[in-house]
Every structure is written in C-alpha cells, then in structure tokens.
Design a protein around this ligand. Structure first.
Ligand code: HEM
Length: 465
C-alpha cells in the first residue's frame, strides 16, 4: 500500500468537491440546516461520497488524496495508519486549530481549546479534562446527571402520553433543558435565550470567514455564560470547571495562563447538540429493533432495581454506551476531522509544506467495507469486545491528545437517557429502513418521528398501553 500522497486530477478534484465536501458544507458543519439535511437524506449524499472515495482509494491503493482548492491543499487520509498519524500527532505537528475551524468557531468560542494556539492549549486542555472528568466512565457528579436525565425522560414520557408520539422538535426542547441544567444548573434550565443566542452565532459560524463575526451578540452571549457559570450550583459541569480552574491556578507554574471556565463552556453547549443527535438516532434504531430495545431496558433494570434513579454510585451502562458509540460511528456528528501541519511534513516519498491541511471524512472511514466486516450493520458489540478500539480509523470522538474531552460525560449522559427512552416502547416512522442491515448512510435526525406502541417492562416483557 502506497503512503505517498497523490495529487488528484482536476476531474477527480471536482468529484471530491461536489460529492464529498460540498454536501457537508451545505448541511452545516456547525449547526445543521434542516432543509438541507432533509435533502441530504433523500439523496443519500453519504452513499455518493463513499462511491467517489472508494474509487479513488482503489485507484491509488489507499494513498492519501491531495486536493487543491485555490491556494489551499487538503490531504484526505483514508487508512487507519494515516488517521492515527495525524491524530496522535496533535496538537503538533498537526494542529486541530486549522484555518477553517478557527474561522468558524471564533464566531462563538474564540478562546475554546479546540482553536487555541499551543501555549493557551496547555492550560485550557487540563481545565476541560478535569471538569469533564475525561477518562472516567462515570463523572464524579454522575448522581446529579442521572437525576436530571430521569427528569428529562419523565418529561418526554409525559409528552408522548399527551400526544401519542415524539418528534425531533419535542425531543430537542427537552434535551436543551437537560443540557443547560447539567452544564449550568437549575437557574439556567429555562434560559432559552442562551441557547437561541448560541444558535444564532453558530449560524454565522457555518459561514466561517465569509460572514463577519457578530461581536455584540457574541459579547452578550459570553456575558450571559459567565454569569451562569458564576452562579452554577455544585453538581454541575460549570461548578466542576470553577473548581478545576481554582485548582489549576494554585498549581500553575507562574506562566500566567488564564483559566476562565466561561471561555470553554460555549464549546460544551454547542457540542451537546451532537450528543442529542446521536441519542435520537440510537433511539430510532432501538425503536425499530426489539432485541436492541429489550437489551437496553434490561441493562438499566439490572443496573439498579429502581431504574438507576439518583443515588450514590450511579451505574455505567456498557451496552447503552456502546449503542451511542455505534450511532456516532454509523452517523458521525463531526462530519470531518481537520488538522493543519505546523511544519513541513514528510509523508512517504514526499514532503508537504507547513500549512497543508489534512482531513478525515468520518462517515467514510467509519464504514469502509474493505476493512470493516460490520461496516453498515448496527454492531454495538464491537465497542464491547475490543474490535472497534483496535481500529484506529473509528474515531467518532477523534483520538490522541486532542480527543474529545467530553467523550465520557457525553456517553454517560446519553446512555442513561437512551436506556430510559427505550422503555417507552416507541415505534419509529419509516422504521423499515432501520430494522435491518445494511443501514442507510444518511439519516436526518430532524425528521425522526416516533409513535407510542407499548411500554417495555424489564426483562423482556411488554405491556400494551
Ligand atoms: C456526541 C457528542 C460528541 C461528539 C461525537 C464529539 C466529538 C468530538 C470530536 C470529533 C472532537 C475533535 C474535533 C476536532 O479535532 O476538530 C471533539 C473535541 C472536543 N469535544 Fe467533543 N464531541 C461530542 C460532545 C462533546 C461535549 C458534550 C463536550 C463537552 C461537554 C465536548 C467537549 C469537547 C472538547 C472540549 C473538545 C476539544 C478537545 C481539544 O481540542 O483538545 N464534546 N469532540
């Protein structure tokens, strides 16, 4: 297999632009555009992208694919070794703070760790890791998180009872209440203005450098976040961030790093949106597959006889966690992972200049049938038996030193919500597409609709309602 990047021809470049990159940009990298995501599902745009990339991968024997877009060179990597190289090599010589990402994210989180230069990253990354308890499957505030999840599940159950179903809009409203409460506390629960401001700024971020930053709105949002962080009660992620900031400041080596949690929280709020999408898609699969649904319900029941409501030692739910991981493998919410080389990079027989961009098209590498025998099949087991971890290109949360710092708290929160919602016995509209493998490449979470069918009682039984 060749490791030397190949320059694509004008025709090949056009195919990549048209079928791989343009649909992603159109869907909205930072906040999805509902009309476009509906179109993307109808067209199954990810299937077409995979066809183009399969052809190029086979033609060039897995070599990195170098695309020129004006003055910019972006190299698409498709093999596990190449993916691992750029992610393990972050933040230097492959910085996550790429030109495009910086242009986009500065619209609402100019000091977020993801787009921070190396010196600032050295202080901001530990703050994120500590507050979010990266590397710990259950967050120290797991009990409070589970209590809020249970409350949200009850709220959704009441909406289902009242209307006989659940749509993405109803889910999303309840989801944001949960996100604000877990992140910023009870007083922020109904602060819809905060989320609305963030969404408005994210719309601008979709346009990256092509739209000016809305400075006044960004400042008002930042102030609102800072006020919420300051008042957040113990048990919230913001309070954990405050504690981490104080602790880090005490142990700082006098380099004058700034540890302001309010700089990091905008990313958390933004990224929780993706966690909602992942939960909704996993729920859709569970609703279409009785075996998945029942296993989720049984796992929750076995974990705690009172359905794991708040109490010391809130349990990890490995199967539900694996279902969410599988949801983001099949339908990644970070459509592309980007890195920029900070120095000249020798790759195979070639040296690429500093500033070269590298891209991992997640939806493609996660479902490469040439490598993965469960490519298009819902296989949460792969996250339990080590198969997924052994494949360095399965990176829904990225990997290496700049891996998603929220991975564990996200999986903890979403697994508990998924397990509870599975017990509502929902059927999903158009479920035939999700009931069997192979699963569709593109699923628009915004169009998912569920009907009430039956409540599922633990250990396999069902109760009609
Ligand atoms: C399903 C939900 C999520 C997924 C799939 C996800 C995925 C990712 C990915 C792929 C990256 C790397 C992006 C890049 O390199 O360009 C990332 C970065 C990050 N994520 Fe997440 N994320 C999720 C939710 C969250 C949440 C809810 C939080 C916080 C509560 C969070 C915190 C972070 C942080 C702080 C970074 C930056 C890490 C760094 O640059 O060192 N994420 N995430």
């Amino acid at each position: 297999m060749s490791a030397t990047p190949v320059d694509l021809s004008a025709r090949e470049t056009l195919d990549v632009l048209r079928h791989v990159l343009a649909p992603m940009l159109a869907e909205g990298a930072i906040v999805r555009r509902p009309r476009v995501t509906a179109w993307a599902e109808r067209q199954q745009v990810d299937r077409q992208a995979a066809r183009v990339l399969d052809t190029l991968r086979d033609r060039y024997d897995g070599a990195p694919l170098s695309v020129r877009i004006g003055p910019r060179r972006v190299v698409l990597v498709t093999t596990p070794q190449d993916v691992a190289r750029i992610l393990d090599g972050s933040p230097e010589p492959f910085t996550p703070a790429t030109r495009e990402k910086t242009a986009a994210l500065r619209h609402f989180q100019p000091s977020g760790v993801l787009i921070s230069p190396p010196a600032a990253r050295r202080s901001r990354r530990p703050l994120n890791e500590r507050a979010l308890a990266s590397g710990h499957r259950a967050h120290p505030d797991a009990d409070q998180i589970v209590a809020q999840v249970a409350r949200t599940a009850d709220e959704i159950a009441a909406a289902v009872d009242a209307s006989g179903g659940l749509d993405a809009a109803t889910f999303t409203e309840a989801w944001w209440r949960l996100v604000r409460t877990v992140t910023l506390g009870e007083r922020a629960r109904e602060d819809h203005e905060l989320t609305d401001r963030l969404t408005a700024l994210r719309r601008g971020a979709n346009w990256a450098y092509f739209q000016p930053v809305r400075h006044r709105l960004r400042a008002a949002f930042r102030e609102q976040v800072a006020a919420r962080v300051a008042e957040a009660e113990p048990g919230t992620l913001a309070a954990a961030a405050r504690a981490a900031a104080e602790d880090l400041a005490r142990t700082a080596d006098g380099t004058g790093y700034a540890y302001d949690p309010a700089d990091q929280v905008p990313h958390w709020l933004f990224a929780f949106d993706a966690a909602g999408m992942a939960t909704l898609r996993a729920l859709a699969v569970a609703a279409a597959r009785p075996a998945v649904r029942e296993r989720l319900v049984d796992e929750l029941a076995a974990a705690d006889p009172v359905l794991a409501d708040a109490g010391p030692g809130a349990p990890v739910l490995p199967y539900a966690r694996a279902c969410v991981l599988e949801s983001v493998r099949l339908w990644p919410t970070t459509l592309v992972i980007l890195r920029d080389a900070t120095e000249p990079t020798t790759w195979g027989g070639r040296t690429l200049p500093a500033g070269t961009g590298f891209a991992v098209v997640s939806g493609y590498v996660h479902r490469d049938a040439g490598r993965i025998d469960f490519a298009d099949a819902f296989t949460p087991e792969a996250w339990l038996d080590g198969r997924a971890d052994a494949d360095r290109a399965l990176v829904p949360f990225s990997a290496g030193p700049a891996e998603c710092a929220g991975r564990d708290v996200v999986l903890f929160t979403t697994s508990h919500l998924l397990a509870r919602l599975a017990g509502l016995g929902l059927a999903v509209d158009r479920g035939e597409h999700l009931a069997d493998d192979p699963l569709p490449r593109t699923v628009d979470h915004l169009q998912l609709r569920f009907r009430q069918r039956e409540r599922v009682t633990p250990v396999g039984g069902t109760v009609s309602t």
